[in-house]
Write a protein that binds this ligand. Sequence first.
Ligand SMILES: NC(=O)CC(=O)C(=O)O
Length: 163
Amino acid sequence: MHLFDIDIPNKITFKESEVLSAGDQLTVFEYNGVKVGLGICYDLRFPEMAHLMAKEGCSLLIYPGAFNMTTGPKHWELLGRARATDQQLYVALVSPARDLAAGYVAWGHSSLLDPWGAVLHQLDHRPGTLLADIDLTTVEEVRSQIPIRAQRRTDIYDTVQKS
Ligand SMILES: NC(=O)CC(=O)C(=O)O
């Protein structure tokens, strides 16, 4: 939905908007009775989008993404943990492995974050498979123990879906 247009001098300049057009709706689907929200890469930086998918009932957000060698080490895990913590759900970050010969070098580090914001599993930069069970009672547990969803000051601010 969000296009990766950034400019970090001497590090990385990218302009997805020159070759791609942005999505204009959320992607939420049900799998085995679990609502799952899907974002791509740069979408991970937008808490409002994650919030709207959580509001639609998601217990898991999946972000296929390829952060780069500049932002990856600084932000990939941090943002995944932030989205898991602020929406109190599981977050799966799914990255290609690193290929130093590629034109765009991915950070890698596919990860699974739990609703406490903890890193449950993480691969490194090499090809690998991460297979894990997730316990959905943890979503309800965290949401009832730290009830931020009911404590939002919607009289002062709100996040609304416009289309
Ligand atoms: N590659 C992306 O779309 C996003 C990214 O690398 C970043 O946000 O940093």
